[in-house]
Design a protein around this ligand. Structure first.
Ligand code: ATP
Length: 665
């Protein structure tokens, strides 16, 4: 047996033993789970314990297709650690596999020949379907380092994609690791060109923070915000695969699900409603409701009549206003202070303290409620926004802006209003002024360049006491309000001090395709560094054919002859027709939402392609994708950068000149 073979055999043995150890850990958890309610003192403790143990068992689940460890650090002859997705310990509690997030594991990602960090040899393992098949050593102490030339990294990057997104723990790169392991209090904004691993970094940072600050984050929660449900489905299994099951994932629309959305705004109305100045408009409309007391308060109470003078009432309202509470809290604070004064009078006259029932009765008494309704009237978010849209006259909006958002036919009550997505954001803002929402412990925001100032504020409200991981690419901004600079977005997100970090090494898109996409950058009017692809492989084919459906079918057939996922990305208006045309020739297609579909071909509209990737992408009629919206060229840039290995462009109309110049050049 050669040294290599015996090394491989020893590593396989360690894998087998580690799997057995994990099984033992799971069995122990099962026993504890089964006995949990017998040992717990009361029902509540039993339930808590039960929940904890069932989570623990899920965390300890072993997926035979996922390697338990992927690397090894050798510090000295008797100091070696295997690095994997979670801690595994033997019966004596000795570590067999260290979690990749443990402090010791850091040097697996960060050590280099120049700065070995005490590491003699770094070993990476190659796996095929969970079976350990190879390894690759870097003798850092001898100045050896593979970096991105690692065969195992290349194989991982070039592997055909199927199904949902996978974790990248085995191959996180040093500049990505810096971001993943940033402190809990650090807000970072990753400006990453397409395929540089922004989404991967954000998800792994969430996993890292959950590991490092388990209790704190479990209480407050971690939120991931993504652009649409197709994207959320695509990323949904990354965190569970890393043992993190308690993360809340949402689109922005779902986050501000305040009123039923039944209508669509005109582009101008949407623009006005998403503008940051709507925050001031709503705040003014709300606080304008505060009135001045106009008469003393008189509260009859059996044979007594309590009285509070106007001046005293005014002072209460002014004091509370100055304290700047949420509006709803303010109303209750005024009530409490008024009742406090009544209580003092009662104590003086009756000589003893009134009961809680008495205090409650005073607080709800007709005169006190009438006073509150006059000086601090109750209102709900939908009511406030409905009033504004019925009569938007305010100096903060131009007459044209007022007209754009004014309801043509005001509804009888806000309940019957035909709300739009932008209205829901306004209602969320109003709700937030009335009652502040609770803050998550950490929030990851993906595709953040597309958030409007008002959407950013909705996220800011939910991360008041947390740091953010903001991920995006200004060049991929397609919303009418998409950010042109990160400074502005970070301001609206409430984190002006956030650090902007660029990522430029492309792990997805082959060089030939990236060079083509980068040709669009100068036309996109944003200042971002272009990506440089790690991938020299890849194919690009352009087909000019007047029969676009026919040429698309031919391209799909060619794509199906090779392994991997196929994504046909078409102008939104062409999707239905193409689906029928493909079905007629026997090619069934999945929608972007169906990440685990049986069909190998996914047909999707250009507007939902953001964040997704397919081995082979077929883009249908780029000219129509560009013409469909104001930022059509940005959309085309997004669409062009979805391909992992091969890109087909099928067109009848002339290609945008930035592309045709390159292709003919
Ligand atoms: N260090 C890495 N090792 C292996 N694969 C990686 C690494 N970093 C990123 N990738 C892979 O590259 C692809 C792109 O990553 P990801 O989707 O996170 O990029 P992105 O910057 O969010 O892209 P986009 O902005 O285009 O949506 C994914 O398949 C991801 O798994």
């Amino acid at each position: 047996m050669s040294d290599l073979d015996s090394d491989l055999a020893a590593e396989r043995q360690h894998l087998t033993e580690s799997r057995a150890a994990l099984k033992r850990m799971r069995e122990l958890a099962e026993v504890l789970f089964a006995t949990g309610d017998r040992v717990a003192g009361d029902a509540y403790t039993a339930e808590q314990l039960g929940r904890h143990m069932s989570r623990r068992m899920r965390e300890l689940a072993d997926d035979p297709n996922t390697p338990l460890f992927f690397g090894r650090l050798e510090l000295s002859d008797d100091n070696r650690f295997h690095i994997g997705r979670r801690h595994v310990t033997d019966a004596a509690g000795e570590p067999m596999v260290l979690d990749w997030r443990a402090p010791v594991s850091r040097s697996f990602y960060q050590a280099s020949a120049r700065d070995p960090q005490g590491v003699r040899t770094r070993r990476r393992f190659g796996f095929v379907k969970g079976r350990l098949t190879s390894f690759e050593d870097e003798h850092l102490d001898r100045g050896e380092e593979l970096g991105t030339a690692s065969r195992i990294l290349t194989a991982e990057i070039e592997r055909p994609r199927v199904g949902p997104m996978r974790d990248i723990v085995a191959t996180i790169q040093p500049e990505q690791d810096e971001l993943v392991r940033a402190e809990l209090g650090d807000t970072i904004c990753v400006q990453g060109a397409p395929g540089t691993g922004k989404t991967a970094v954000g998800l792994h940072r969430a996993a890292f923070l959950l590991f490092t600050h388990r209790e704190r984050l479990r209480r407050s929660g971690v939120l991931i915000v993504g652009p649409n449900t197709a994207f959320l489905h695509y990323i949904a299994s990354v965190l569970p695969a890393l043992g993190e099951l308690d993360v809340h994932q949402s689109t922005v629309d779902a986050l501000v699900d305040t009123v039923p959305v039944k209508a669509v705004d005109t582009p101008e109305a949407a623009r006005v409603k998403h503008d940051a100045k709507m925050a001031a408009v709503l705040s003014d409309a709300l606080w304008r409701r505060i009135g001045k007391p106009t008469e003393p308060l008189t509260v009859p109470d059996d044979s007594y009549r309590w009285r509070i003078a106007i001046e005293r009432l005014r002072r209460i309202v002014d004091d509370v206003r100055r304290e700047n509470p949420a509006y709803g809290v303010g109303r209750e604070r005024v009530r409490a202070r008024v009742v406090g004064l009544l209580q003092r009078q009662s104590e003086t006259r009756r000589g003893d303290s009134p009961s809680d029932t008495w205090l409650r009765r005073m607080g709800r008494s007709k005169p006190v409620t009438a006073l509150l309704d006059q000086v601090w009237p109750a209102v709900t978010g939908p009511e406030l926004v409905a009033e504004l849209l019925t009569d938007p006259s305010t100096t903060e909006l131009t007459p044209a802006e007022q007209e754009a958002i004014r309801w043509a036919k005001p509804p009888k009550t806000w309940k019957s209003a035909r709300w739009t997505h932008a209205d829901a954001v306004l209602v969320d803002e109003a709700n937030g002024l009335i009652e502040r929402p609770t803050s998550f412990g950490h929030v990851v925001v993906d595709e953040a360049q597309d958030l409007s100032p008002m959407q950013c504020r909705a996220i800011a409200r939910r991360s008041e006491h947390a740091a953010l991981t903001v991920l995006g690419d200004l060049a991929q901004g397609t919303a009418p309000w998409a950010a042109r600079t990160w400074t502005e977005s970070l301001d609206h997100l409430g984190k002006p001090q956030g650090r902007v970090v660029p990522l430029t090494t492309g792990f997805r898109v082959p060089a030939a395709v990236l060079v083509l996409a980068n040709r669009l950058l100068p036309a996109l009017a944003v200042d971002v560094p272009p990506a440089v692809s790690l991938r020299a492989d890849g194919e690009l084919r352009v087909t000019n054919d007047h029969d676009v459906p026919g040429a698309t079918i031919a391209a799909v057939r060619r794509a199906l002859a090779i392994e991997g996922s196929v994504g046909v990305i078409a102008p939104d208006a062409a999707v239905a027709g193409l689906r029928t045309a493909l079905a007629e020739v026997g090619i069934e297609t999945a929608t972007a939402d169906e990440v685990e579909a049986a069909e190998r071909v996914t047909l999707l509209p250009a507007t939902v392609a953001k964040g997704l990737e397919y081995d082979h992408v077929i883009i249908v009629e780029p000219a129509d994708i560009v013409a469909a919206e104001a930022r059509g060229l940005n959309r085309l840039y997004v669409v062009l950068t979805r391909a992992v290995s091969r890109l087909d462009i099928v067109h009848a109309k002339a290609l945008p000149h930035q592309l045709s110049d390159t292709l003919s050049g």
